[in-house]
Design a protein around this ligand. Structure first.
Ligand SMILES: *[C@@H]1O[C@H](CO)[C@@H](O)[C@H](O)[C@H]1NC(C)=O
Ligand SMILES: *[C@@H]1O[C@H](CO)[C@@H](O)[C@H](O)[C@H]1NC(C)=O
Length: 240
């Protein structure tokens, strides 16, 4: 009888073990593609991302309780306006968190970088779109003027599954980021690879004569005076 008990115990342990391993090894295959478009010209642009999920279905995703977040690092050549972000947060039903201090007056060489996080919670992940207004900063001026180039970084797609035993397939570097829009805590997200259906872009920005306006005017004034003096000297030395 004793050995039979052990046998039953062994069988149950085996079943439990097999089930546990099965659960743990089942991961969600998250297959996402992103299209990016930049609209408008000049200093005010709008970036649009169309995010499409081939797998899993939205129901499976919502049940998994996993979170998706789109993160954009904004380089010092541009900035997002905190007021506009707050407005989008209210009207677009997107939860947006802005990390970093934004000086909207600073020219590019004096500005610091910041990051924008879009928490894509409770949205239909089959197809969703996100837009972000950005402003290009004045570049350090050259007397010749012309155009400066500001590279636009690719957004990172972060995933985090708070429930135990639910994971998203694939390896990805761990990234620390706020858990939610209120920044209640820092969570360890996974940097998930997605299909980027767009090329790297550089935004062209007019290089301001604005920065150097006083210098430019002084130089042109001096050149003008020199011209006058030269002409006068020729006139005065030429015998009439
Ligand atoms: C966005 O709204 C949430 C509340 O829904 C708020 O906690 C958060 O601070 C807002 N973010 C910004 C950038 O205004
Ligand atoms: C995520 O990975 C991509 C490419 O592997 C990289 O360019 C990006 O900087 C990473 N994002 C973060 C937040 O670490």
């Amino acid at each position: 009888m004793q050995s039979f008990d052990y046998f039953i115990f062994f069988i149950f342990s085996l079943i439990y073990y097999v089930q546990f391993v099965n659960c743990a090894s089942e991961c969600i295959n998250l297959d996402i593609s992103i299209i990016q478009k930049v609209e408008h010209e000049g200093f005010r642009r709008e970036i649009k991302w169309l995010i499409e999920t081939a797998s899993p279905t939205n129901e499976v995703w919502q049940e998994s309780n996993c979170k998706l977040c789109l993160k954009l690092d904004v380089s010092n050549g541009m900035f997002v306006n905190p007021d506009e972000i707050a407005e989008l947060n209210r009207t677009q039903k997107l939860q947006i968190f802005l990390d970093g201090n934004v000086d909207i007056e600073a020219p590019a060489h004096e500005a610091s970088e910041h990051s924008v996080y879009f928490f894509l919670n409770g949205l239909d992940i089959a197809r969703l779109s996100v837009k972000l207004p950005v402003h290009l900063r004045y570049q350090r001026g050259q007397i010749t003027g012309g155009y400066g180039k500001v590279p636009l970084r690719k957004p990172s797609l972060l995933v985090w599954c708070p429930k135990h035993l639910v994971t998203v397939c694939g390896r990805g570097l761990k990234v620390e980021a706020p858990c939610d829009v209120a920044y209640s805590q820092v969570c360890v997200w996974k940097n998930h690879t997605y299909q980027a259906l767009f090329d790297d872009v550089e935004l062209f920005v007019p290089v301001g004569d604005l920065d150097d306006y006083p210098l430019v005017s002084i130089v042109s004034l001096l050149l003008g005076c020199a011209g006058c003096v030269y002409i006068l000297s020729i006139l005065s030395t030429t015998p009439l």
